[in-house]
Ligand binder design. Structure first.
Ligand code: FES
Ligand SMILES: [Fe+2]
Length: 322
């Protein structure tokens, strides 16, 4: 068990639900643990990828009769992780310890979410998901060899747009970041009125300022929205903490106006942005986010990241931080 109680008890997205196919075993890594996912009838089962008998990887086994069969000696485990078959001793009742650790799972927003502990909060809400006038585009997964906290902080950082995303989200001719409002509460952080100069803020090729709003909902989930002349564009951004210095980002893009840009093109645009972010974020040292505010200096435009670091510290997030 990781000693980060906050992330241990949180829900984490791990894989697209459509990728968990019947009869298939999907190994994943979350918070430094190896897990395996499989479908039993209608539910998705997550368990430790470790056979309690001799420690073989269960993900090398197979699904048979709604059980997970270990590749080594064929012990079969049901959807509760209990051993229901010992091929070498068909008449022996399975020992008590012949039990695989299972974890709670949920499917939401097209993703499978897992918690390793006892969650005190549900999966964060993406307000646009169930709104009939919003349509969504799924983007990702994006792999980063860095801490999930670094990646979320980068998502909240607009001062890098003119440099990392020049001519896409910003311009070096307009690098100034005006003051914006930060509300810092126990359940999250809100950033209001973040002004960003953009070469093409709403697809009409008319350069101008956009106003961004952000809400940090969980240590590794944030929501961004901007209102343009056409309507509201919002992004739900959530990150899987794979290792302390490795993570996967997922993005749900939603808008309440009809865009004639095909989905594939919208996805390609986000892919391009994230591809620009990855080498910069991966280059940041230390890879783990420093929560000691004295460790780096901060500018007025960094007030979002200062609030984020303070909040993580308050929550006791240690995985991916120093
Ligand atoms: S190691 Fe799994 S059945 Fe023996
Ligand atoms: Fe970026």
């Amino acid at each position: 068990m990781v000693d980060d109680v906050t992330l241990h008890n949180a829900w984490h997205p791990v894989v697209r639900a459509q990728d968990i196919k019947e009869g298939l075993l999907t190994p994943i890594r979350l918070l430094g643990e190896d897990l395996v996912l499989w479908r039993s009838k209608d539910e998705i089962i997550a368990c430790l990828d470790l056979c309690p008998h001799r420690g073989a990887s269960l993900s090398l086994g197979q699904v048979e009769d709604n059980t997970l069969v270990c590749p080594y000696h064929g012990l079969a485990f049901d959807n509760k992780g209990e051993c229901v078959k010992i091929p070498a001793h068909p008449n022996l009742p399975p020992p008590k310890r012949a039990c695989v650790q299972t974890y709670l799972t949920q499917e939401r927003y097209g993703l499978v979410w897992i918690t390793l502990g006892n969650p005190t909060q549900d999966i964060p809400t993406f307000f646009a998901w169930d709104e009939p006038n919003f349509s969504s585009v799924f983007c990702g997964p994006y792999h980063f060899k860095s801490s999930g906290c670094r990646v979320v902080e980068n998502f909240l950082d607009v001062a890098h747009f003119p440099f990392v995303h020049e001519q896409v989200l910003g311009s070096r001719l307009h690098p100034v970041v005006n003051d914006y409002e930060v509300d810092f509460e126990a359940d999250g952080i809100t950033l209001r009125n973040v002004m960003v100069w953009q070469p093409n803020p709403d697809g009409t090729e008319q350069a101008g300022s956009s106003v961004y709003h952000y809400r940090v909902l969980r240590p590794l989930t944030a929501c961004f929205s901007k209102n343009t002349q056409s309507g509201c564009l919002t992004i739900f951004f959530t990150v899987t903490p794979v290792e302390e210095e490795e993570c996967i980002a997922w993005m749900l893009l939603a808008m309440n106006y009809s865009s004639d840009i095909p989905e594939a093109e919208q996805r390609a645009f986000q892919d391009r942005i994230v591809t620009q972010d990855i080498p910069i974020v991966e280059s940041q040292r230390p890879k783990r986010l420093p929560l000691d505010l004295q460790a780096e200096f901060h500018l007025p435009c960094d007030r979002a990241s200062v609030a984020y670091r303070k909040w993580l510290k308050q929550l006791g997030v240690t995985f991916g931080t120093i």
